[in-house]
Design a protein around this ligand. Structure first.
Ligand code: MBD
Ligand code: FE
Length: 305
């Protein structure tokens, strides 16, 4: 069709918008419809293709996989890059890099002071100790900071979404001590893969892509007067480290992993095999009225133990 004819039908549709429309929603819907009309025209999308696409999205919604398709297509990472840019414009720089939250956080995890064991003892993956401090932008330790941590088990699965795991397995909130320190004992996670033959997997296969993330550990780090940090660390050496289907690996988030085989250290932990040790500090930025909210509201699962 000619552009003048496409714009004429778009205008007719947009003109139906009423006085009391939500202007933001109207602007977004009009832009989305316009872009999709032009996509249909430019790619000569056939009716069968349009209905197949609509049905695909409906099915992805029914199976709860839209939250996986979004990171798989790079949306979550793009939003991070935009937030980085907005912070830079507000004069914020340095600190621990952010990276995507992902769809698998569950609110309500048990709270521990200073240190916590995250695993319930049923996973015989390698023992992991991770410790460090939370600092403010001037290098002062932040006491009573909240370190919310969640990660997958040695099968790459997350408790709650994997009903075979105990409630809040591999999920905790750790409150830092007077020196801003946190310490956790857990098991080394394995990278998550999207559900086989699900909506995400089928889409990625059409693109000749995989649906695997490198092994990683998620964090929300927060303290009064500071911007909430959403980030992850990666387990170094994972074959997918720089080939994440969700594009979330970033420089500065791949700490060295030390293999500890020292008898006294193993005995102190009550383990009889070598374990992995990661030291990682978090640096938060002070609240800043010139930058968008760092605490991003979105629907999240919540559970009780
Ligand atoms: C995950 O564990 C994850 O962190 C993301 C971003 C997407 C899917 C699974
Ligand atoms: Fe994850």
């Amino acid at each position: 069709m000619e552009k003048i004819a496409i714009d004429a039908v778009l205008n007719r549709i947009e003109e139906t918008t009423g006085q009391d429309a939500n202007p933001r929603i109207a602007a977004i819907v009009h832009r989305m419809v316009r872009d999709l009309f032009y996509m249909i025209e430019d790619l000569d999308i056939q009716p069968e293709e349009f209905w197949a696409g609509l049905n695909y999205l409906a099915e992805a919604g029914r199976s709860g996989e839209l939250g996986l398709i979004a990171p798989g297509l790079g949306f979550d990472h793009f939003l991070d890059l935009r937030m980085d840019e907005a912070e830079a414009r507000a004069g914020i720089s340095g600190g621990t890099p952010r990276t995507i939250e992902g769809p698998l956080y569950v609110a309500g995890a048990p709270v521990a002071q200073g240190e916590a064991r995250l695993d319930d003892g049923t996973d015989d993956g390698e023992v992991l100790v991770m410790e460090g401090q939370v600092f403010d932008g001037t290098g002062r330790p932040l006491r009573d900071a909240k370190v919310e941590v969640w990660h997958a088990n040695s099968m790459g699965n997350y408790s709650y979404f994997d009903p075979t795991q105990s409630a809040f397995n591999l999920r905790r909130t750790i409150v830092t001590d007077s020196e801003g320190r946190y310490r956790l004992r857990s098991i080394v996670p394995v990278g998550y893969s999207v559900p086989p033959d699900g909506a995400t997997d089928r889409l990625l296969k059409k693109l000749d892509r995989h649906g695997t993330r490198p092994a990683h550990i998620h964090f929300f780090v927060s303290a009064p007067g500071h911007r909430k940090l959403t980030t992850q660390i990666n387990i170094d050496g994972d074959p997918y480290l720089w080939d994440d289907f969700a594009f979330a690996t970033r420089e500065g988030l791949v700490p060295p992993v030390t293999r500890v085989a020292d008898a006294a250290a193993m005995q102190a932990l009550g383990v009889n095999k070598p374990f992995s040790l990661i030291r990682f500090n978090f640096t938060l930025h002070a609240d800043n009225a010139g930058a968008p909210h760092a605490e991003v509201a979105r629907p999240r699962a919540a559970a009780t133990a």
